[in-house]
Design a protein around this ligand. Structure first.
Ligand code: ATP
Length: 502
C-alpha cells in the first residue's frame, strides 16, 4: 500500500482569503496506490486545498513536491500535464456528443482522427480496462454515474496519476455508489493516488486508506482509516460530539397538502408524473425516494409553481393550479431546491440572498433603508444557522457549498411556512450541519410544518419520514408508514421490481 516517499506532498500550505485563513499551514502526503479522504465541516478548507493541488489558486505560503522535487502548479492545464486530474461534481462534458467524442477532446491530436479510426483506437486502449462505457452513446443520455465514469476515463487517458474527486457520490444514486468504489479500488491497484472529499463517514471508513481531517483551515487529524471510528472522526471534525436526533412526533389530524391524479409532463413533453395521489397532514413528513429521472424533479416543480400540471393540488383546500412560485411562497409553500444555485443569486450578498423572497416588502419601506435593514435582519439567521463567515455583506459566491445551503434553509424557513418542499436538504452539508438540519425539520414538523422530503439518501429518508413513497418511471408507489417499509422493500419500490407489498 504505502510506498516510502509520497507521489505528491503538500508542505505547510497557507491560503488566505479576505477575512479567512482557508488553509493554515496544512501538510499532506499523497501516495501512489492509496485512496486518501479529505474530511471536514463546511468551510473547513477542503475545496481550497484541492484547488491548490489543481492549480486553481496559488498558495500564499508553502510548497508542493512531486516525487520529492519542488513544483509550482500555476493552472489546471499545468496540473493536467503533470498528471493531476480533477473530477468535478458536475462533469463538464459536451452533452450532444458521443462518449467517444468527449474522450477524444482530451487527447493530443485526437481531434483530427476519422470517426472509425477514433473508435478503433479508443476500443484498443480501453480493452480490459476496469472502467467501461458505451463509446457510441450520446452523453445527454447517460446517468450521472456514467458521466462521472466518463470524466474519470478522460483523466486516465491523459495519463493522470493523481485523481481528485469532489464529493463523488453526492450525484450518484444509491445503486451507483458501490460500482464507483470498486472501480476506484482497481485504479488504486494500478498505482493511482486517489483523493476524495466526502461528508459521508461510512463511505470514507469503508473505502479510504488514509484520512486527513481539516477544521477551520487547519489539519486536525491524519490517520489510517483502519484506526478510525465514526465517532472519533466526528469529534475531530467538529471538536465536539453530535447530539442524538430527537424523535418524530405523530402528525396532527387533517390534510394540509392534497395531491389527486397529478399529471406532469417533462421538458420534452413526455409524461413524467403519472396520476399521482397522496396527501400530507399538518406536522407530517412524507419522504419520496426514486432514482434520478423517475419524475421527482417534475413533481417538485409542479408542487412549487415551476411547472404546469393536470389534476388537483390543494393546500388547506385551496387550489394551487396556475399559481406562481412567489404566490405559493406567500401562501406558505417554501422550497429548498435540488440545485442550490437555482435558489440563490451568487453575486448578491448573503443578506440580500436571505431576503430574496421578501425583497418587495422590504422595498416598500424605502429603498435607501434596504441595505442596512437587510444586514441587520441577517444577523440572527446567520447566527442561528451557524453560517460561516457570519458576515451579512459577504457576496454569497464566496461561501462554501454547505454554507450556501444553510443560507437557503434559513431563508425558506424564516416565514414560518406551512409546507416545505425539500430536495436533498443535506446535500453537500457536513455532519454537524446535517444534524442541525435534521433536528430543525423534526422540530418544525412538531410545530405543525408539513414536509415533502425528496432525497436519494435513504437513511435520511427513513429517519425523517412518517411515511415513505417512491417514484418509478413517473408512478408513485406509496406512501406507506415508515415502519412497514424495509430498505429492501424501498429498493423494490424504486426500481419497479415486482410487487412492492411488505
Ligand atoms: N474565492 C474565495 N474568496 C473568499 N473566500 C473564500 C474563497 N473560496 C473559499 N473561501 C472561504 O474559505 C473558507 C474555506 O472554504 P472551502 O470552500 O475550502 O471549504 P470546504 O471545506 O470545501 O467547504 P464545503 O464542505 O462547504 O464545500 C470558507 O470560509 C470560504 O468562505
Amino acid at each position: 500500500m504505502e510506498t516510502s516517499s509520497p507521489l505528491l506532498r503538500l508542505a505547510d500550505i497557507t491560503k488566505r482569503f479576505p477575512g479567512t485563513v482557508a488553509n493554515d499551514g496544512v501538510s499532506v502526503d499523497f501516495h501512489a496506490g492509496e485512496v486518501h479522504a479529505l474530511l471536514g465541516e463546511n468551510g473547513a478548507g477542503k475545496t481550497t486545498l484541492m484547488n491548490i493541488l489543481y492549480g486553481v489558486h496559488p498558495p500564499d505560503a508553502g510548497q508542493l513536491f512531486w516525487e520529492g522535487r519542488p513544483v509550482r502548479i500555476g493552472s489546471p492545464a499545468q496540473a493536467l500535464r503533470r498528471g493531476i486530474a480533477l473530477v468535478p461534481q458536475h462533469p463538464l462534458l459536451v452533452e450532444r456528443h458521443t462518449v467517444a467524442e468527449n474522450l477524444v477532446l482530451g487527447l493530443p491530436g485526437g481531434f483530427f482522427l476519422s470517426r472509425r479510426r477514433l473508435l478503433a483506437r479508443l476500443r484498443e486502449r480501453l480493452a480490459g480496462h476496469p472502467l467501461q462505457v458505451d463509446l457510441e452513446a450520446r452523453v445527454d443520455r447517460l446517468s450521472a454515474g456514467e458521466k462521472q465514469r466518463l470524466e474519470i476515463l478522460r483523466a486516465l487517458l491523459r495519463g493522470s496519476r493523481v485523481l481528485i474527486l469532489d464529493e463523488p457520490t453526492s450525484v450518484l444514486t444509491p445503486q451507483e455508489v458501490a460500482p464507483l468504489f470498486a472501480q476506484l479500488a482497481q485504479l488504486k491497484a494500478q498505482g493511482l493516488a486517489i483523493l476524495f472529499i466526502s461528508h459521508k463517514l461510512d463511505e470514507v471508513l469503508a473505502h479510504a486508506d488514509r484520512i486527513t481531517v481539516l477544521r477551520g483551515g487547519k489539519k486536525v487529524g491524519a490517520l489510517a482509516a483502519r484506526e478510525a471510528t465514526q465517532a472519533g472522526l466526528v469529534r475531530l471534525m467538529l471538536g465536539r460530539e453530535v447530539a442524538p436526533r430527537p424523535a418524530l412526533a405523530p402528525p396532527q389530524p387533517g390534510v394540509r397538502l392534497e395531491v389527486k391524479g397529478l399529471e406532469v409532463r417533462s421538458g420534452r413533453g413526455l409524461p413524467a408524473v403519472k396520476r399521482a395521489s397522496f396527501h400530507v397532514a399538518p406536522g407530517e413528513i412524507v419522504g419520496i425516494a426514486g432514482v434520478a429521472g423517475s419524475g421527482q424533479r417534475e413533481l417538485v416543480e409542479a408542487l412549487t409553481g415551476l411547472r404546469p400540471f393536470q389534476g388537483q393540488l390543494t393546500l388547506n383546500g385551496q387550489s394551487l393550479a396556475g399559481l406562481s412560485p412567489a404566490r405559493l411562497f406567500s401562501l406558505g409553500v417554501a422550497h429548498v431546491p435540488e440545485e442550490r444555485a437555482a435558489g440563490t443569486v451568487p453575486a448578491l450578498s448573503v443578506a440580500e440572498n436571505l431576503a430574496l423572497r421578501t425583497y418587495d416588502t422590504a422595498l416598500r419601506q424605502g429603498p435607501w433603508l434596504v441595505p442596512a435593514r437587510l444586514e441587520r435582519e441577517a444577523v440572527e439567521p446567520l447566527r442561528a444557522y451557524q453560517v460561516s463567515p457570519p458576515q451579512p455583506r459577504t457576496p454569497l459566491r464566496l461561501l462554501s457549498g454547505g454554507n450556501i445551503q444553510r443560507v437557503v434553509l434559513a431563508r425558506e424557513l424564516a416565514g414560518a411556512p406551512q409546507l416545505l418542499i425539500a430536495v436533498h436538504p443535506t446535500y453537500g452539508v457536513d455532519v454537524g450541519a446535517t444534524e442541525h438540519v435534521h433536528r430543525l425539520l423534526i422540530q418544525r414538523a412538531q410545530a405543525g410544518l408539513s414536509v415533502v422530503l425528496v432525497t436519494e439518501d435513504l437513511d435520511e429518508l427513513m429517519a425523517l419520514s412518517h411515511r415513505v413513497a417512491a417514484l418509478y418511471q413517473g408512478e408513485l408507489r406509496g406512501p406507506y408508514p415508515v415502519g412497514e417499509v424495509s430498505l429492501e422493500r424501498l429498493g423494490r419500490m424504486m426500481t419497479g421490481a415486482g410487487e412492492d407489498a411488505a
